[in-house]
Design a protein around this ligand. Structure first.
Ligand SMILES: [Zn+2]
Length: 243
């Protein structure tokens, strides 16, 4: 059931050892790097995170790696297995449904607040970001999931509520793991034209319309996943065979 460990991190080792040595702020960089890898799907659910190899790769003490992994465990994106170490979490179907429900409600509130608090400058930034999204999605850039996630976080930023922003950031990471595990087709899920409609509605200060569009966006994403026991059984069999 355990996925084979992949050589995550070694490709960044030169750059990493430059950035990650030193005091506590570098711990944040390592944390950010792991989170980005989860959002980019470079790190996949079930993947082993070997503390010794990560420490060597990043040129930092093992204790620092452990602290970062424990922080990610507290955020439910990493799990520790007895005598086996740390692994990227594999959300269950029930967890996936909970994350979806929570995110759907949170984003609905967030777009409503963004309508109330959006300024012309902020809306211009959102429109500028749509151009970046078009480039990422049209060219299937490796960071396109991160770009899509950024858009949702920008809306939370406009809503100007630090608690909502933090909750959304946490949910987005778990959401990416769910997508990695349960999506039934590869390809573009977070369609930019849906984001464009949300921006238009925020710009028009149409809170009700923006909230409805956000819900439609999630319905669309949810339909691309197969959250059934049958699918989960298929995933488990596939992964046990690839061990
Ligand atoms: Zn989206």
């Amino acid at each position: 059931m355990m996925q084979k460990e992949k050589d995550f991190g070694s490709q960044h080792s030169d750059e990493a050892s430059h950035h990650f040595r030193g005091k506590r702020p570098e711990e944040q960089l390592l944390y950010d790097r792991l989170v980005d890898a989860i959002i980019d799907k470079t790190l996949r659910p079930g993947q082993h995170l070997n503390e010794v190899k990560l420490a060597a790769s990043y040129g930092v003490p093992r204790s620092r790696i452990r602290r970062v992994l424990e922080r990610l465990r507290d955020e439910a994106v990493v799990e520790f297995r007895l005598n086996h170490g740390a692994f990227v979490s594999r959300p269950t179907i029930d967890e996936a449904k909970d994350v979806f429900e929570a995110r759907r409600h949170l984003e609905t509130i967030t777009v409503r607040l963004a309508c109330a608090k959006g300024t012309p400058d902020k809306i211009a930034e959102l429109r500028k970001h749509l151009t970046i999204q078009h480039d990422a999605f049209d060219n299937l850039r490796p960071n396109m999931n991160r770009v899509a996630a950024e858009f949702h976080l920008m809306i939370a930023d406009i809503a100007s509520n630090a608690v909502l922003s933090r909750m959304l950031a946490l949910l987005l990471r778990r959401f990416c793991l769910i997508q990695s595990l349960y999506e039934t087709r590869t390809g573009v899920l977070c369609l930019v034209h849906e984001h464009e409609r949300i921006v238009d509605l925020i710009a028009a200060n149409d809170a009700h319309g923006a909230a409805e569009e956000a819900v439609r966006h999630f319905d669309h994403i949810e339909k691309s996943l197969d959250l059934t026991e049958r699918r989960r059984a298929e995933i488990d069999i596939y992964e046990s065979l690839s061990d």
